[in-house]
Design a binder for this molecule. Structure first.
Ligand code: DP6
Length: 332
C-alpha cells in the first residue's frame, strides 16, 4: 500500500514571541504569541506511507542544493511526528518524506516552523486523517517546534494558551489581505550554528527577568491585536521591538546565558533609529539569532530594502508579505 500527500507551509515571524516552555513533552508555552505568515519563505513536503519500507526515510532540500538524507536529531524529530500521526490514524506503514525549502539554509530563518507545519499536514492527509484546523494546529504544536502551530492558520495568527493541551492552538485573527505590511529579513549572520531554541525554552526560568516578561506579554498581545485590526504600524512596531528586546534580555540573563546579537544586528538597529528620525516607519524584531526582521509598510518596502542592502553588514535580504497558512497541493 502507498498513500501520499503534499503540503506547503509558510514560515512565520512573531510580533509577540513564544519564549519558554512550561511542558516540554507537550510543547505547552508559558505565554500566548502572535505572528504573521511569510510569503517568501515556505517549505513543500511530500509524505508517502509505503508498506514496503522497513524504516522511515527523510530527505531535505535547501534552495540551490540537492536533496540530502537527514540523520541525527532532525531525523528523530520527524520520525516522532510521523509516530504521532500513525498512532492517531491506526496505521503502521513507514514513510518516505521529501521536504524542499525555497530559502537558503544559511538565511538563519526558523525553518522548523514551515517544516513541521508542512510535515504534519502532509502526513495527516496521507494517513487519511480528517482534522479540523484546531486539531491540526495542536498536532503540529506537539512536534516540539511550537511556533510551527502558527503556520497552520491564515495570515495574522494568535497562538492561544490556557495551559492545557486542548487549549493551546493557533487561530487566524485576520487574513493575509488584511494589512499590506512586509517583513524584510536582513541577513547579517550565515553561520549554520542553529542551536535549537529547545534548551533556551527550558532555561528561561533561570533569568530574573522572565517573570517580568510574563507580566508584560498580555498587554502586548492586546495592543498587537488592536494594531492588526486598525492597521496601526507605529503601535505594532513599538510592541515588536519591546518584545524582541525582552526575549533577548531573558536569553542574556539566563544560566547559562546566550548572546544572539552580533555587530551586524546592532548596525541594523542603529540604522533603523536614524531612518525613523527622518520619518521612515520601519521597526525591528529578532528571533533566536542575529538576523534582523524589519517590519514596514508595503509602500516603503523598496526604499527600506535598498537602504538595508546598502549597509555593509547586511549580506542579503528576503522580502516577505503576509501569507496564507498551510495547504495541500497535488503530490509532486
Ligand atoms: C524565538 O521552538 O518554535 O522564534 O527552535 O526553530 O524549533 P525552533 O523554534 P521554536 O521556538 C521559536 C522561538 C522564537 C519566537 C517565536 O517564533 O515565537
Amino acid at each position: 500500500m502507498k498513500q501520499a500527500a503534499t503540503a506547503v507551509a509558510p514560515s512565520n515571524i512573531a510580533f509577540v514571541k513564544y519564549w519558554g516552555v512550561r511542558d516540554a513533552a507537550l510543547t505547552l508555552p508559558y505565554n500566548e504569541s502572535i505572528s504573521m505568515n511569510l510569503d517568501a519563505c515556505s517549505t513543500t513536503t511530500t509524505v508517502t506511507f509505503d508498506s514496503s519500507l522497513n524504516t522511515d526515510e527523510v530527505a531535505i532540500q535547501w534552495y540551490g542544493q540537492p536533496a540530502r538524507p537527514t540523520a541525527g536529531r532532525p531525523y528523530e524529530r520527524v520520525v516522532a511526528q510521523l509516530d504521532r500521526v500513525r498512532v492517531r490514524a491506526g496505521i503502521q506503514a513507514r514513510a518516505s518524506v521529501v521536504s524542499a525549502n525555497n530559502f537558503p539554509a544559511d538565511a538563519g530563518i526558523a525553518s522548523s516552523a514551515a517544516g513541521f507545519a508542512a510535515l504534519t499536514l502532509a502526513a495527516a492527509s496521507a494517513a487519511g486523517l480528517q482534522l479540523a484546523e484546531r486539531e491540526l494546529s495542536i498536532l503540529t504544536r506537539q512536534s516540539g517546534s511550537g511556533s510551527a502551530c502558527r503556520s497552520i492558520p491564515d495570515g495574522f495568527v494568535h497562538w492561544l494558551n490556557d495551559g492545557t493541551d486542548a487549549g493551546s492552538y493557533a487561530v487566524s485573527v485576520a487574513p493575509a489581505g488584511q494589512w499590506p505590511i512586509v517583513d524584510i529579513v536582513a541577513v547579517v549572520d550565515t553561520s549554520i550554528k542553529r542551536v535549537t531554541s529547545a534548551d533556551n525554552h527550558v532555561r528561561v526560568t533561570s533569568s530574573p527577568y522572565f517573570g517580568v516578561r510574563l507580566q508584560e506579554v498580555p498587554d502586548r498581545i492586546k495592543q498587537t491585536l488592536r494594531a492588526i485590526r486598525d492597521r496601526d504600524l507605529s503601535t505594532l512596531g513599538a510592541v515588536c521591538e519591546a518584545d524582541a528586546v525582552s526575549l533577548h534580555v531573558v536569553a542574556m540573563t539566563a544560566v547559562p546565558p546566550t548572546f544572539y546579537w552580533n555587530s551586524g544586528t546592532m548596525a541594523v538597529v542603529h540604522a533603523l533609529h536614524r531612518w525613523r528620525d527622518e520619518g521612515l516607519m520601519a521597526y525591528f524584531t529578532m528571533d533566536a539569532g542575529a538576523n534582523v526582521h524589519v517590519i514596514c509598510a508595503d509602500a516603503d518596502k523598496a526604499d527600506v530594502d535598498q537602504r538595508l542592502r546598502e549597509l555593509p553588514e547586511v549580506q542579503w535580504t528576503i522580502v516577505n508579505g503576509p501569507a496564507r497558512g498551510a495547504y495541500l497541493v497535488d503530490p509532486l
